[in-house]
Ligand binder design. Structure first.
Ligand code: FRU
Length: 476
């Protein structure tokens, strides 16, 4: 073999390898092809968790929206099912927008926003299923008097003998609001008034509202459009966050705390919660943001859901957020597990060479570290995702940079207490990272686009030292 041939033989697999990776997730939900956004109709019916989602099967862009459908027995491995809802009625002919599901008399009922009139009208419609797979439309049930251009995303629940629904909307002077209705049969609805409304800081439209009880409080989760960035807060195009308050039927919602973002990463929106049969309040979000780049379009799909998260109320009245415990059953192999590591020189410490589908638990020790920045990175010095503590700013950052895919360097962050170890539970899938901080305190979710050559995970630090108290890495 001459030397040219030898070089070709050596380089060929490398070229192939680099082309061969896929950003399609292994333990997160994504559509089989086409575009997805919001999770819809999260519920438990017929022995399965049910997840529907905003779906355009014809393109990798948002467009003529349907409800895609999948089911699961463990919230992690999803079975794709036939499309549940396709536009067909005069009321939903331009699109089936977001909504929710409830079980009533053994049937699975979907309430969704039908879009019509060249997308100028939004109204709420019902569909019914007796097998959890096939859906019969029951048509229009709730319209808004006056402008109905922004009247969408019904979230239904039952309390006592009544059904309640909240719907996202806006006032005539462009402030987001949530409207409340009540019904005895899910078909005929009475307006109960405004549940909550934006002041001038809280955006011009509230999408995908959700309302539920945690502990002895009622949480209103909203997705405001049009909030201004405020320092480290509200850095994304749109936000998802919550109020803590108290409410009972027939009374005003009294807000005690809020507004507070529920996820602090680059990509989280339009989440929905539901009550699992064992009483857990579970939240799933769209792990994306409107108008972002979606490099996975080149693979024929776009959009994914977050890991399901369990919500609880902390003693100080904020929401604690943790990955559902089912993920522990998905740890297939204990790749690395170790005790303390200290780096004194300017070296990096490689934790694992190929990280594509992994959970990484790592405890950084600010008291034993004196570098001004330290953390873990997936990628190389310049490109990739960097999860690090900045001691001066007293914050934990998730910074990403994928210039070859038009994703320029930018960071998101949360405040951290540097007098205690910082415990991170990190989930890396083919094109996502979710960083859970200090067992419930906060979470940052972002899409990432590493090539095969940017999958090495290492501890890094600036001048000085860093101490990692312990770490574990699992394949998922
Ligand atoms: C939120 C949203 C919803 C709407 C749906 C349309 O991301 O804009 O308000 O129902 O997406 O796909």
């Amino acid at each position: 073999m001459n030397s040219l041939m030898l070089i070709i033989v050596i380089l060929l697999p490398l070229c192939f390898g680099a082309d061969n990776y896929s950003w399609y997730p292994t333990f997160h939900f994504s559509p089989p092809k086409g575009w997805m956004n919001d999770p819809n109709g999260l519920s438990y019916y017929n022995g399965y968790y049910q997840a529907f989602y905003q779906y355009n099967p014809y393109d990798t862009e948002s467009g003529w929206m349907h409800w895609g459908h999948a089911r699961s027995t463990n919230l992690l491995k999803w079975e794709h099912l036939p499309i549940a809802l396709t536009p067909s009625l005069p009321e939903d002919i331009d699109g089936i927008f977001s909504g929710s599901a409830v079980v009533s008399d053994g049937n699975l009922i979907l309430m969704y926003t039908g879009v019509s009139g060249n997308s100028t009208h939004q109204a709420q419609c019902l569909a019914n299923s007796t097998d959890g797979i096939n859906f019969d439309k029951l048509g229009l049930v709730l319209k808004k008097n006056g402008s109905d251009l922004n009247f969408r995303d019904p979230k239904v629940w039952k309390q006592g003998d009544s059904w309640f629904v909240i719907i996202g909307s806006k006032t005539d002077d462009d402030r987001g609001e949530v409207l409340l209705y009540q019904s005895l049969d899910l078909k005929s609805w009475d307006y109960q008034g405004v549940l909550a409304q934006a002041d001038e800081t809280l955006g011009y439209m509230w999408e995908c509202p959700d309302f539920f009880t945690l502990g002895d409080k009622q949480i209103l989760l909203i997705n405001p459009q049009g909030m201004e960035q405020n320092g480290y807060d509200y850095q994304n195009l749109y936000q998802t966050g919550y109020f803590v308050g108290t409410w009972q039927p027939g009374e005003q919602y009294i807000i005690e705390k809020g507004f507070k973002e529920i996820d602090h990463g680059h990509d989280f929106y339009a989440s929905q919660t539901f009550l699992a049969p064992d009483g857990r309040r579970i939240l799933i979000g769209w792990l994306d943001m409107w108008e972002s780049v979606f490099p996975e379009r080149q693979e024929g799909w776009a959009g994914m859901l977050t890991l399901p998260r369990e919500l609880t109320l902390s003693l100080n009245g904020t929401i604690e957020i943790r990955p559902i415990r089912e993920v522990e059953d998905y740890r297939t192999e204990d790749v690395v597990s170790n005790n303390s590591v200290t780096l004194n020189d300017d070296s990096i410490f490689v934790l694992k060479e190929q990280v594509t589908s992994n959970e990484i638990i790592i405890e950084l020790d600010p008291v034993k570290s004196n570098a001004s920045t330290y953390g873990v990175r997936l990628g190389d010095e310049d490109q990739g995702v960097f999860v690090y503590v900045d001691t001066e700013k007293q914050r934990l950052f998730v910074e990403r940079s994928y210039p070859q895919f038009n994703i320029s360097r930018s960071d998101r962050s949360v405040a951290v207490d540097l007098s205690n170890p910082i415990y991170l539970d990190i989930f890396v899938d083919s094109s996502s990272i979710e960083v859970f901080v200090n067992d419930g305190e906060s979470v940052l979710s972002s899409r990432i686009y590493p090539t095969e050559l940017q999958r090495s995970l290492a501890v890094f630090h600036s001048e000085g030292s860093v101490t990692v108290n312990k770490y574990s890495i699992w394949n998922i």
